[in-house]
Design a protein around this ligand. Structure first.
Ligand SMILES: Nc1nc2c(ncn2[C@@H]2O[C@H](COP(=O)(O)OP(=O)(O)OP(=O)(O)O)[C@@H](O)[C@H]2O)c(=O)[nH]1
Ligand SMILES: [Mg+2]
Length: 201
């Protein structure tokens, strides 16, 4: 591993997808997915800092684009979740914010799409996958896998592969749990890989 996450800090939040305070340079890796899928918790797991990113048991906790600086050339971006929000009622706003961020941000080089292992792919995930697969690297994280035993996990992976079959056969899937740190090494390896690919060379 080449990337050290110990110095990761919160940079800023933005409500705009286009004109943001953060310069469009270096690379960004974004976390997208339905509300409550575990995006903010993943940041805390990566950095081993439970207080860095605000998470909540109520869907809709994150309502802005939140930038975390890992080093001068790498940022992790925590996006608002789409779907039901208990906190903010404007679902469409979150959807447009995420969609426009992906569309206009040229330093965005990789996306982790977080999917709750119990829910699998839902409508908006499919819309994003269809939109993104041409232009950007995507890896699916099947989150909260600690909620199931291994045979149920395997069944869910099979079902997900079936869901993906018709439109994106080659997407990598990683079983993930922030609670038990399952899959963390694989996520770190992928971040390293993207960093090597776009920053070092
Ligand atoms: N069991 C289990 N719970 C988790 C895991 N990751 C997150 N959670 C819980 O799921 C809930 C939602 O987590 P968040 O990280 O706030 O989810 P989010 O995707 O950022 O949600 P929004 O900000 O609404 O988009 C919290 O209660 C977390 O403690 C996990 O790996 N396992
Ligand atoms: Mg969040």
């Amino acid at each position: 591993m080449i990337i050290n996450f110990h110095m990761t800090h919160f940079l800023t939040s933005s409500i705009y997808a286009k004109c943001m305070d953060v310069k469009d340079c270096g690379i960004e890796i974004a976390l997208i997915g339905y509300s409550n899928s575990g995006k903010s918790t993943l940041i805390n797991c990566l950095t081993r800092n439970k207080k860095l990113s605000r998470f909540s048991k109520y869907p809709g906790r994150t309502s802005l684009i939140n930038f975390f600086s890992v080093n001068e050339n790498l940022r992790i971006v925590d996006l608002p979740g789409y779907g039901y929000s208990k906190v903010h009622k404007n679902k469409q706003k979150n959807y447009s914010l995420v969609f426009n961020y992906i569309k206009y941000r040229s330093c965005l080089k990789g996306i982790f799409l977080l999917i709750d292992i119990r829910r699998l792919l839902r409508d908006t995930d499919i819309k994003f996958l269809r939109y993104c697969k041409q232009c950007i690297n995507i890896v699916i994280l099947l989150t909260k896998c600690d909620k199931m035993n291994v045979s149920c996990q395997n069944r869910q992976i099979k079902l997900l592969k079936k869901q993906l079959f018709y439109f994106s056969k080659n997407i990598k899937i990683i079983l993930f749990s922030s609670v038990k740190c399952i899959g963390l090494i694989n996520v770190l390896k992928i971040i390293d890989f993207w960093f090597y690919k776009y920053v070092i060379f």
